[in-house]
Design a protein around this ligand. Sequence first.
Ligand SMILES: Cc1ncc(COP(=O)(O)O)c(C=O)c1O
Ligand SMILES: N[C@@H](CCOP(=O)(O)O)C(=O)O
Length: 420
Amino acid sequence: MALDLSAERPAPPDEATDGAWLECIACGDSYPPFADVRYTCDCGGLLEVRYASLPTFADFSGTGVWRYESALPLSSGVTTQEGATPLYEVPRLEDEVGVETLRIKHEGMNPTGSFKDRGMTVGVAVARELGVGRLACASTGNTSAALAAYGSRAGMETLVLLPAGKVAAGKVAQAALHGARILEVDGNFDACLDVVKELAERGEAYLLNSLNPFRLEGQKTIGLEIMEAFEADYGPFPDRIVLPVGNAGNTAALYKAFRELLQAGAIDREDVPKLTGVQAEGAAPMVEAIEAGADEVQRWETVETRATAIRIGNPVNAPKALPGIRETGGTAVAVSDEQITDAQRDLAREGVGVEPASAASLAGLRKLRGQGVVGDDERVACLTTGHLLKDPDAAAAAGADPEPVPADTDGVLSHLVGDR
Ligand SMILES: Cc1ncc(COP(=O)(O)O)c(C=O)c1O
Ligand SMILES: N[C@@H](CCOP(=O)(O)O)C(=O)O
């Protein structure tokens, strides 16, 4: 099966491909990467970018996403210096959760404040290569902010479809200022994506959601950075990577990063971290599928969570992400909105400001550690996917209220004395 965790390299198709091609994960059919616009196989299966030669760690140089140029389908992109995000030490949380090592890979430190920049630096460059006109996405917010920024940097028209009233303020502001045309849809994210897919099928727009296999190539660099940094700074590779799951693009992308490292001979099978997905209880179709041992995810028509970025009921990358979780020996878990907010506060206490969806990873780790699924001897990286300022309302609600004081020092001091 194409998505096995095997060291066997994919065989290139007979026709010339310039070293890269698109391959269907369901039927194995292949297509040249830039001959025409294509998101899925004729059979309806998801596509992956495949390479005739795969790099090892020694082949990487420079910084950020384009450090991994030898693992990407293009040699340069539309860039605002994305990637190279921090891997924070959090000693108090590490003790409190009770694992050997805990590191926070903070993707909120990307230029537009989320991991989507990694996907867009590649995806928008491919769009330019293909010579398409309008770019479009459905979004719970972060994809739209990144597409707007990278689209405008490339001088391209961008259209974003957002679920009305369900997108955090910072993200709408970003899309607006970067010049995207914003359409507010009377429906949830999954309904928005249905419309964008149809616009793309009709040739009205180039789709830049994570259904686009080139987006995931950029996002795969998260996994490459974590593996390099763990080995260089803390010894061996991490045992487990815990991440929030929405459309399941990152889960699919990280799994692809590990398969390619394995196929290149850069790591062994036992080095592959257990991919562990976390969803909000009100939007947990992946968790349901993992718990049921199902091969497919059933779409949830009604979804609700305070973590609006992962308010998704039909994860399009499930056919790539389910094998990723299973083959690596990982799992998936659902957490409540209260657990997410508690984790957001705990990360903030360590100086790491994240939006609610991002905190789901820590909340999930804590739950799994409590259940004994995660051992005390594990070395864990939690992915935090978006910056605190993306959702200022959620941050303000989770934090302390401002205290009104008079505009004089004595008044301020007596207010503080009142605390004692
Ligand atoms: C902040 C944030 N975290 C997590 C996710 C989920 O990521 P994925 O769709 O790759 O599962 C998203 C968007 O989907 C997001 O915006
Ligand atoms: N959280 C996402 C949802 C869309 O995900 P995508 O990775 O498929 O674009 C967002 O920010 O819109």
